[in-house]
Write a protein that binds this ligand. Structure first.
Ligand code: HSE
Length: 428
């Protein structure tokens, strides 16, 4: 039983300041919910003497994480520094000292979810990480608790705000990738080095965490098929729109009979799909549960206050347990290793854009090669590029990825003057 629950923050960047402000603004209602005061006692930063635009009591900042990890009064450590090391060591030390942990560290969780959750539960401690996936959108908590009665077989997500912002700008304002990326950087959505966002790694980490928490499956980051959006052109976005689709960086985690798929790649969504209208820097996660059907979570996937909201939600849950002297109560997370389904086995419709010579029999030859590989065409359109050349835009019926890849090689080698410009998977 506690009257004050003491928190230590490791890191005070965007998320740390967001958590601090969330607590400051809602101090009284949080205390009411917890039944005790929640107080941030120490904050460890690399440069404690740096000028900050936030008023902190003297002595709160420290340059030494051990001032938090060794302080017996601190009950909950919020690890908000990111990256695998030294965060992994700090979390382990916190557990060894009997402290509960809240983290938003998607890379660490994607790579070590099984280990760290086991360490926490072996010691009867909380490890909560709502802010690691989709920022302020509650998805880890609902997957772990409210949806726990379901078998979950599929989760799809738009879980990277930067790429969603870029794709929205390209679609809405006709911008090309580089221009939209510069704007994302100017507005502070993308990092100065945006490769983890635009190449899909950030989304891959989040989908691995969702696969663990939602599907109960353990897979390695090396097995996740990850394709970013830097190859998407304004032209594909326009053609997709003309056909009734929008292009999103979609993450998929799906459990098959004996395998699991975890993949992140640009995907064409029909406008009728609930996630097709998730625009700007917003995130959404759709979960398919055996009893509940489809449930969609939507909101701000990044930013100091939304992610700070997720951190404080976790803190409040732990603090409430501490205030009443109860042990951690969340259902256990058990991860089962499953082999990853090869990408070549994936079956879905495909969008193909080809540059072709505008003369008789070219379209017939392309259709012939696709047919030889068992690929059936759903729709076809042609756009004239100049007097000699044209672009053919095809949407196929669901086809095996390996058949599409084999057909593409044959089309390019067959001397029929057709070159592949883009291949994009289509969500049915
Ligand atoms: N860089 C991430 C995004 C935010 O753009 O969604 C933090 O996960």
């Amino acid at each position: 039983m506690k009257e004050i629950v003491h928190i230590g923050l490791l890191g005070f960047g965007n998320v740390g300041t967001g958590a601090y402000r969330t607590l400051q603004e809602n101090r009284e209602s949080i205390a009411q919910k917890v039944g005790a005061e929640v107080r941030i006692k120490r904050i460890a930063v690399a440069h404690p003497d740096r000028q900050r635009d936030i008023d902190l009591e003297p002595g709160v900042l420290t340059g030494d994480p051990d001032d938090i990890l060794n302080d017996p009064e601190i009950d909950i450590v919020c690890e908000l520094i990111g990256g695998v090391q030294p965060a992994r060591t700090y979390i382990q030390t916190a557990f060894e000292r009997g402290k509960h942990v809240v983290t938003c560290n998607k890379e660490l969780l994607a790579k070590h979810l099984g280990e760290v959750t086991q360490e926490a539960s072996a010691r009867g401690l909380f490890l909560l990480f709502e802010g690691a996936v989709a920022g302020g959108v509650p998805v880890i908590g609902p997957l772990t608790t409210s949806l726990a009665g379901n078998r979950i077989d599929k989760i799809v997500g738009i879980v990277n705000g930067t790429t969603n912002f870029i794709l929205t700008k390209m679609s809405r304002d006709g911008q090309e990738f580089d221009q939209a990326l510069s704007e994302a950087q100017r507005l502070g959505y993308a990092e100065a080095d945006p490769s983890s966002d635009v190449e899909g790694w950030d989304a891959a980490y989040k989908m691995l965490i969702l696969a663990g928490v939602g599907l109960g499956v353990e897979t390695s980051i090396d097995t996740v098929h990850t394709e970013g959006i830097s190859g998407i052109t304004g032209r594909d976005i326009v053609y997709a729109r003309d056909l009734g689709y929008t292009i999103k960086l979609l993450g998929t985690a799906r459990r098959n009979a004996d395998t699991v798929e975890v993949r992140v790649h640009p995907t064409m969504l029909p406008y009728s799909h609930p996630m097709a209208r998730v625009d700007d820097a917003y995130n959404a996660v759709m979960v398919s549960g055996s009893s509940v059907g489809n449930v969609m979570f939507y909101g701000s996937g990044a930013g100091p206050l939304p992610t700070g909201s997720a951190v404080m939600g976790d803190v409040v849950e732990i603090a409430r347990n501490l205030a009443i002297g109860a042990p951690p109560t969340r259902p256990r997370l058990t991860l089962t290793p499953l082999p990853v389904a090869p990408l070549s086995d994936i079956v879905c419709p495909f969008y193909l854009r080809m540059t072709v010579a505008d003369r008789p029999r070219v379209l017939a030859a392309v259709a012939g090669v696709l047919g030889d590989h068992g690929v059936s065409i759903h729709s076809v359109a042609q756009r004239d590029v100049d007097e000699n050349g044209a672009e053919i835009i095809l949407i196929t019926h669901p086809a095996r990825e390996s058949s599409i890849r084999d057909a593409i090689i044959e089309i390019e080698d067959a001397g029929i003057d057709a070159g592949i410009g883009a291949v994009i998977r289509v969500e049915g």
